[in-house]
Design a protein around this ligand. Structure first.
Ligand SMILES: [Zn+2]
Length: 362
């Protein structure tokens, strides 16, 4: 599902770059820091643009490496404490290791290039002045670039989920002790690091709010990662046909939206496959599409004109681990299970979590 609380700024390599609304707090914070130091606003703007660009480049590092493994990136979202490249699935082992390393490596390369440039220009001794905007423009920019990228590199390598360092650690460990154990250990360590960061944040005199936020983010991120890994282990070896819903109503393309509404009200079902007279799958009508259809076409409108045609079709033998990943990357979508011709079942987030809940108990 696309993050509704973020704004799309631009598209790079076909990937939408979005900014979460909380990014505004970072702008305000930077403004306050600059104002408290009596620096011109241009310094704040320069810092913001530099941080922003370096975080985007870092995330693009992940995204482009993921692409080499055939994984697409749905979007890159920038939060005040960093960016997130939302990948459609995450492989294990060496691929995860390389994808996680690619981001921090981008920062290392930028830091190295700026360092070489400053040394070559003989301005490296003005680094401290550059950080407070006290040198000439080029030196100010290079100096800040250097420090920002060293910080981004070091910070992301902290071995705590969901930061890159945690993923790198997990990928390393999983080559030795297996994915499950590796995740458990990496998540535990991540939460330990988060608690430590929280304690430091509470007892340090300055900038503690940002660190505290990061600590909270890491703590819950690590917990989530561990839970997700447990779920994956639970569904291992199982296939889509075991978890799919096989008793369901379908709609015909020419059915009216009024009829569809009645069906929605009469059943528990939330997603209705649209099947034509020859039994072929034509589309899917969910609650959102139904309401949108009624708004635009009226209740006399046809299901055909309101349904979603961009279907996610899977085979009955699809491993549930893949289903989990698909549903995780698009939680609002239902998957249709088909043997190529006939519709066999529907899989949704709720159905899958019910299934997982059941097999954990029996
Ligand atoms: Zn990263």
């Amino acid at each position: 599902m696309r993050s509704s609380s973020s704004l799309q700024l631009l598209t790079l390599f076909g990937i939408p770059i979005r900014v979460h609304f909380t990014f505004l707090f970072l702008v305000l914070w930077l403004g306050l820091v600059v104002a408290s130091r009596d620096q011109p606003a241009s310094t704040a703007i320069m810092l913001l643009v530099l941080v922003f660009s370096c975080v985007v480049l870092h995330e693009l590092g992940h995204a482009l490496m993921a692409k080499r493994f055939g994984i697409t990136t749905r979007e890159i979202v920038l939060y005040p404490i960093g960016g997130i490249a939302r990948l459609e699935g995450m492989p294990a082992g060496v691929a995860e290791l390389l994808i996680a390393l690619a981001g921090p490596l981008v920062n290392l390369v930028i830091a190295f290039v700026t360092l070489v440039a400053m040394v070559a220009m003989g301005t490296i001794s003005q680094l401290q002045d550059a950080l407070v905007g006290g040198a000439d423009l080029v030196t100010n920019i290079l100096g800040n670039l250097l420090v920002i990228n060293v910080m981004l590199f070091a910070f992301n390598l902290v071995p705590a989920f969901p930061m890159d360092g945690g993923r790198i650690l997990r990928a390393f460990l999983s080559l030795i002790v297996g994915q499950q154990e590796a995740t458990r250990f990496a998540a535990m360590l991540g939460q330990g690091v988060a608690i430590l960061m929280g304690v430091i944040a509470l007892f340090s005199p300055s900038q503690n709010l940002v660190l505290l936020l990061i600590a909270v983010f890491v703590f819950f991120g690590a917990g989530q990662e561990a839970a997700y890994s447990r779920t994956r282990a639970t569904v291992q070896g199982r296939t889509a046909k075991e978890a799919m819903m096989t008793r369901f109503e379908t709609l015909a393309p020419q059915d009216s939206l009024e009829w569809a509404t009645r069906l929605f009200l009469a059943t528990h079902q939330r997603d209705f496959p649209v099947v034509d007279a020859w039994g072929r799958i034509a589309g899917l009508l969910d609650r959102h599409r139904l309401l949108e259809g009624i708004r635009q076409l009226g209740k006399e409108g046809a299901v055909l004109d309101a349904m979603d045609r961009d279907l996610l079709l899977i085979e009955p033998e699809t491993p549930l681990e893949d289903v989990l990943q698909l549903l995780n990357s698009r939680p609002a979508r239902a998957l249709l299970v088909s043997d190529g011709e006939k519709l066999l079942g529907i899989l949704t987030v709720e159905k899958l979590s019910q299934f997982i809940d059941v097999i954990r108990r029996i």
